[in-house]
Design a protein. Structure first.
Length: 280
């Protein structure tokens, strides 16, 4: 009976430490993570259901001087190293932006990149505001959505959404901006490798950070990404697969360990009772 009391005390102490310290670390020492705003409520609602045919003309007239559209056979006007040196970061290929980014965010980004991406005060986006009419922007967004692949894998979305700045060494993926000094000049620091980001930041933190980085890390050079809810879910899914590939296997094995120790505890207790019965 004495041993059971000791066990109960140990369980109680462990419970108090875990449920007392863990929430303190995440909610007091760590910034509060609010649910991500996938409606981008701070941005005006812009028209996005324009004419794709005219949008193609708008995009080719205004965007291909910096961007590639490989799906349409349009190559980047500069190699990655030259683009990084010129802009601080390589411009993204536009083939799938219509599927990865929220349509209203994309329209607002075309209209005012610095405002849409929520860069800290004093920083501006390497992409200038193009001065397009709302109708031209709606047509451009409609075109970009029409050519985008709607069935991208989590890996493809992660590489397209994050890969201009971030590397993922665990899968031998290097950031498409080859010179880290260019990124440091543009962002203020070298973006971290994402291989272990799921472990260092955590699933919950990443959910809030990707689309509201300034709220959780004021002054960071990382822009608001503007991903759709589905795209962000797939990015986090991929980072979890890269950084913690044995998670499911480990959790299943953990249950067997708990069961083993529970059975072993019962057997040890019954053996102890039997042995002490001989003594008394």
């Amino acid at each position: 009976m004495k041993e059971l009391k000791i066990l109960a005390i140990v369980v109680a102490i462990v419970g108090v430490i875990y449920y007392g310290v863990e929430p303190y670390a995440h909610h007091i020492m760590h910034p509060e993570v609010t649910p991500p705003d996938f409606k981008f409520s701070d941005l005006p609602v812009m028209k996005t259901d324009g004419d794709p045919a005219h949008g193609k003309e708008v995009v080719q007239a205004n965007c291909v001087s910096c961007h590639s559209i490989t799906k349409e056979g349009i190559a980047a006007p500069m190699d990655a190293a030259s683009a990084g040196a010129s802009y601080g970061v390589t411009p993204p290929d536009l083939s799938n932006v219509g599927a990865i980014y929220d349509a209203n965010y994309l329209a607002n980004f075309i209209a005012d990149p610095t405002k849409a991406s929520q860069l800290p005060e004093g920083k501006t986006s390497s992409m200038p505001a193009l001065g397009l009419s709302e109708g031209d922007i709606a047509d451009a967004v409609a075109y970009l959505r029409s050519i985008a692949d709607k069935n991208l894998t989590p890996q493809q979305i992660t590489h397209e959404a994050c890969g201009r700045c971030h590397s993922i060494r665990y899968e031998k993926f290097a950031a498409t901006t080859p010179n880290k000094d260019d990124l440091k000049r543009y962002l203020g620091s070298v973006p971290p490798d994402l291989s272990q980001m799921i472990k260092s930041a955590g699933h919950h933190y990443l959910e809030g950070f990707i689309n509201q980085p300034q709220k959780l890390l004021p002054g960071t050079g990382m822009p608001r990404v503007g991903l759709t809810e589905e795209a962000q879910k797939k990015v986090i899914e991929h980072l979890e697969k890269v950084g913690d590939p044995k998670k499911d296997e480990r959790e299943r094995l953990g249950l067997w360990f708990i069961l083993y120790f529970a059975i072993f505890t019962v057997i040890a207790y019954l053996w102890k009772v039997k042995q002490f019965r001989k003594v008394h």
